[in-house]
Design a protein around this ligand. Structure first.
Ligand code: NAI
Length: 342
């Protein structure tokens, strides 16, 4: 624990108070790719999370500026910057949670798979660092294509002998966030009341919102066929909607940082022992015949404690599940092949 510069006993703040604010008992988080479009607002949101005691910001460019800027916010987390690959291991040493938004984003006309060539290598390098410096950390992978980068991370950890499937998560929270927003718009409710499980993967048709199980509100919502098609299509293409609106300047960054901060907070609360936390995430899974699959996961002190069953599916959802399998399996295989042949 380090006391941040603006807090010292002469301010009249006792050490006990400092500690109670999270210093001694807080969790240590590293963000890899912290200077990027997602990384910067995500750094801001994590700095504001009271469960975080140390926030390590790593990137290959621009971390000194982002670190100086974020560190002036009067929240208790100590912010430290790390620049370039020589500082990767120091950024990771002793951390409890690693979040990875490093890599290039899409431009109009690109699929997430078009990012594979560059991002696969970035994720592999960063995961080799995790295996060396913090093999027990929970890992949240944001870098696309998530359907391939999560299998790549798993293979790197297997090779290093550190793999624990419970600790590796592909972040698909933005799909859930979008689903909740779009459903709320259609039914005219507060999005906070809505929680749509989104299962499968994180690209196009592999994104399957289970609109038959959206929430616990009564009376239950029943969508018309037209609404179901509209919503499924909009949720599957939400990322592309943003890519096109940004017209070549990037993909979702603000909503993604919000979603990543929400998922990270769930992981941190679970690490702290809070009970009953359930989030959708792309994980090693046996709920279908695919080796990785996103579905509702119960989080605990060791990461994914239990992968919950999909629940009853409608005919429309069953067809969606069958229709995604070939593409999802292909993306998983591509990741495994990349990591095992290198
Ligand atoms: P960006 O280009 O604005 O930022 C990426 C950052 O990664 C840059 O600061 C860059 O310097 C850094 N970086 C590159 N190589 C690195 C390395 N070897 N080590 C550490 N940092 C490195 O991109 P943006 O918009 O922040 O997106 C990042 C990734 O997140 C993309 O792959 C994008 O497709 C993905 N994404 C995932 C979503 C999801 O739902 N999982 C949603 C939106 C984007």
């Amino acid at each position: 624990w380090r006391m941040s510069s603006h807090l010292n006993p002469s301010d009249g703040v006792s050490m006990e108070v400092c500690r109670a604010k999270g210093g001694a008992t807080g969790l240590r988080v590293a963000i890899l790719g912290a200077a990027g479009g997602i990384g910067q607002p995500l750094s801001l949101l994590l700095k504001m999370n009271p469960l975080v005691s140390t926030l390590n910001l790593y990137d290959v460019v621009n971390t000194p500026g982002v670190t100086a800027d974020v560190s002036h916010i009067d929240a208790s987390a100590v912010v430290r910057g790390f620049l370039g690959k020589d500082q990767l291991d120091s950024a990771l040493e002793g951390v409890d949670l690693v979040i990875i938004p490093a890599g290039i984003p899409r431009k109009p006309g690109m699929s997430r798979d078009d990012l594979f060539k560059i991002n696969a290598g970035i994720v592999r390098t960063l995961c080799e660092g995790i295996a060396r410096a913090c093999p027990r950390a929970i890992v949240n992978v944001i870098s696309n294509p998530v359907n391939s980068t999560v299998p790549i991370a798993a293979e790197v950890f297997k090779k290093a002998g550190t793999y624990d499937p419970r600790r590796l998560f592909g972040v698909t929270t933005l799909d859930v966030v979008r689903a909740n927003t779009f459903v709320a718009e259609v039914v005219g409710l507060d999005p906070k009341l809505i929680s749509v499980p989104v299962v499968g993967g994180h690209a196009g048709v592999t994104i399957l919102p289970l609109l038959s199980q959206p929430l616990q509100v009564t009376p239950a919502i029943r969508f018309s066929d037209e609404e179901r098609h509209y919503l499924t299509n909009r949720i599957q293409n939400g990322g592309t909607e943003v890519v096109e609106a940004k017209a070549g300047t990037g993909s979702a960054t603000l909503s993604m940082a919000y979603a990543a901060a929400k998922f990270a907070d769930a992981c941190l609360r679970a690490l702290k022992g809070e009970d009953g936390i359930v989030e959708c995430s792309f994980v090693a899974s046996q709920v279908t015949d695919l080796p990785y699959f996103s579905s509702r996961v119960k989080l605990g002190r060791n990461g994914a404690e239990e992968i919950l069953p999909l629940g009853p599916l409608t005919e429309f959802e069953r067809k969606g599940l069958e229709a995604m399998k070939k593409e999802l399996q292909g993306s998983i295989d591509k990741g495994i092949q990349f990591a095992t042949s290198a």
